[in-house]
Unconditional design. Structure first.
Ligand code: GLU
Length: 238
């Protein structure tokens, strides 16, 4: 289970996320990637190997945007490759996901989704998550409801973050079981998210940890929490 860092605020997300991922390097990983919303569209850079490779790619092909997510992957399903590195996109390219963990029933879900016309780009278990969210969005649900419904379909332990061009001010994060932590860091007009505290400790000491079956909706100005049924939760700031 590897690293997650995400940010929403008024600063450039990419360097901040990249520095956060560097602080999680000790966990080990085989590839890494970052997605931001740039001028209303999702932009992604991914590469295999060490973060220095992703850093070089970002220098050659920079991204700008004040909301984004990053991931270091330890491959469990699908070889370490650029295509299998997170973040993963849906069919429309307007929705993106990162995951720590394993979707144990991904084969059945992939078959179901392919039969419904979804096209998969990677070999990973993770990609079923983004296509499930896409499907619920297409049925008319909002992003957080679509994520909640998706969490009800996947088996295993997961930490996930989802971002959509349709709701470009927010990150939706969730934790199911123990695939590493999910911690929200509270800032002033900005919010941070990480699988491990060291990734964001230089920015804030005000943290809220998600328990299993918690969903967080994070914008620059605030964060709200709910359970998988959508009931709101009040969480303690540590
Ligand atoms: N199972 C996922 C994959 O192989 C996530 C691995 C991880 O936690 O880094 O892409």
């Amino acid at each position: 289970m590897c690293g997650i860092v995400a940010y929403v605020g008024s600063r450039e997300a990419t360097p901040l996320i990249f520095e956060g991922l560097k602080r999680l390097e000790y966990r080990g990983y085989d590839s890494a990637g970052i997605a931001v919303i740039q001028d209303g569209r999702i932009a992604i850079r991914r590469d295999v190997g060490k973060l220095v490779n992703l850093g070089e790619l970002l220098e050659a092909e920079p991204m700008a945007g004040c909301i984004g997510m990053g991931h270091t992957r330890w491959a469990t399903h699908g070889k370490p490759s650029q295509i299998n590195a997170h973040p993963h996109l849906d069919c429309t390219g307007r929705l993106v996901v990162i995951q720590n963990g394993i979707v144990e029933n991904f084969r059945a879900l992939r078959q179901e989704l392919e039969a419904a016309g979804h096209r998969f780009a990677s070999e990973t278990d993770t990609e079923v998550i983004v296509h499930l969210v896409e499907r619920y969005l297409a049925e008319g649900h909002d992003l957080v409801t679509s994520v909640r419904f998706t969490l009800g379909r996947i088996e295993g332990a997961h930490a996930i973050v989802v971002m959509s061009e349709a709701e470009p001010d927010k990150l939706v994060a969730a934790r199911l079981g123990n695939a590493g932590g999910v911690t929200v860091g509270l800032g002033d007009g900005e919010m941070f998210l990480a699988s491990d505290i060291p990734a964001i400790l230089e920015h804030t000491h005000q943290m809220i940890h998600l328990d299993s079956k918690n969903v967080a909706v994070i914008t620059a100005s605030g964060v709200s929490f709910m359970d998988l049924e959508g009931n709101s939760l009040s969480k303690e700031v540590l």
